[in-house]
Design a binder for this molecule. Structure first.
Ligand SMILES: NC(=O)c1ccc[n+]([C@@H]2O[C@H](COP(=O)([O-])OP(=O)(O)OC[C@H]3O[C@@H](n4cnc5c(N)ncnc54)[C@H](OP(=O)(O)O)[C@@H]3O)[C@@H](O)[C@H]2O)c1
Length: 237
C-alpha cells in the first residue's frame, strides 16, 4: 500500500482499540468513517479537529438493518474504501473464568452475533466499496487460536466466536481475493482496554500504533499469511 491518504472504515470506533486506531489514522491525514453503536466520550471531541476527515456513522454490527443503513450512508459519500477494519467485539464472559461444566451455553449466540456474524454482515454490506488493492481486516484474537489454547478455565463463548470468525473470514478471503482484495486477521494482544482489563500486559495506545503501521504496510506481507499478531508475526490457526 503506498503513502497516499487512505479512506478507512472502522467498526467499534467509540473506545478501546477502535478509538486509538481512529485517532492514529486521522493524525496521518487519512479519512475515517467511524462506525459506532454509540459515540462514546472521546470520539465527538475529535470532530472539531478533523471536520473533513472524520465521519461518524451509527452502526450496530449486531443488526443487519443497522449495518445496511451504515453502508448506505458511507456509499453516499465515497465510492470506495482502501481499508475496512472490523474491530467491534464483545466478551460477555469477562470475569467468568469457568470450565465447560459451569459455562452457560444458552448465551453463546449473543457473542456470535457480534464477534462472528457481525463481522460477516459488515463485510457483506460494505463489499461494493472494496476494489482491487483494497484491504479487509478483522481484529480477531490469539484466544481464537486452537493451537494456542491449553487453558481450561476460559471464556468459552468468546474464544469459540473468534475461532469461528477466523474460519468465516478465511472463506471470505478465498472468494474476495479473486477481485484482488486482500484480507488479514489480527491478534491485537492483551490490552488494557475495557475488555482487556487493568491487568493486561499491553498498552492499547502502543498496540494501536503498531497495528495501524501494520495495516498501512500490509502489502509487504506474503499473500499466504492471513492471521498475524500486532508485530505482523504469523499466528497459528
Ligand atoms: N482488549 C484485549 O485484550 C483484546 C485481546 C484480543 C482481541 N481483542 C479484540 O479487539 C477488538 C477491540 O477490543 P477492545 O479491547 O478495544 O474492546 P472494548 O474496549 O470493550 O471496545 C469494544 C468496542 O466494540 C464496540 N462494540 C461492541 N458491540 C458492538 C456492536 N454490537 N456494534 C458496534 N460496535 C460494538 C464497542 O462499542 P460501544 O462503546 O458502543 O459499546 C466498543 O467501541 C475486539 O474485537 C476484541 O475482541 C481485544
Amino acid at each position: 500500500m503506498n503513502n497516499l491518504k487512505k479512506t478507512v472504515a472502522i467498526t467499534g470506533a467509540s473506545r478501546g482499540l477502535g478509538l486509538v486506531m481512529t485517532r492514529d489514522f486521522l493524525a496521518a491525514g487519512d479519512t475515517v468513517y467511524a462506525l459506532v453503536r454509540s459515540d462514546g466520550k472521546e470520539l465527538p471531541s475529535l470532530l472539531p479537529r478533523f471536520p473533513d476527515t472524520l465521519i461518524v456513522v451509527p452502526c450496530d454490527v449486531g443488526s443487519t438493518e443497522s449495518v445496511n443503513r451504515a453502508a448506505k450512508a458511507v456509499k453516499a459519500r465515497t465510492d470506495h474504501l482502501d481499508m475496512l477494519v472490523n474491530n467491534a467485539g464483545v466478551n460477555f464472559d469477562l470475569g467468568h473464568l469457568v470450565d465447560y461444566t459451569r459455562a452457560d451455553f444458552d448465551e453463546m449466540d449473543k457473542t456470535f452475533n457480534i464477534n462472528t456474524a457481525g463481522v460477516m454482515r459488515v463485510v457483506k454490506a460494505f463489499d461494493p466499496l472494496l476494489r482491487e488493492g483494497s484491504w479487509s481486516f478483522a481484529v480477531s484474537s490469539g484466544a481464537g487460536s486452537i493451537t494456542r489454547n491449553p487453558a481450561t478455565e476460559v471464556e468459552i463463548a468468546y474464544r469459540v466466536s473468534k475461532t469461528a470468525l477466523n474460519m468465516a473470514f478465511r472463506l471470505y478471503s478465498n472468494t474476495i481475493r479473486k477481485r484482488k482484495v486482500r484480507t488479514l486477521l489480527i491478534d491485537p494482544g492483551w490490552m488494557r482496554t475495557d475488555m482487556g482489563g487493568p491487568r493486561a500486559t499491553c498498552d492499547p495506545e502502543e498496540n494501536g500504533r503498531l497495528i495501524v503501521d501494520l495495516l498501512k504496510s500490509a502489502d509487504t506481507l506474503s499473500e499466504d499469511i492471513l492471521f498475524v499478531d500486532f508485530h505482523g508475526k504469523e499466528v497459528p490457526w
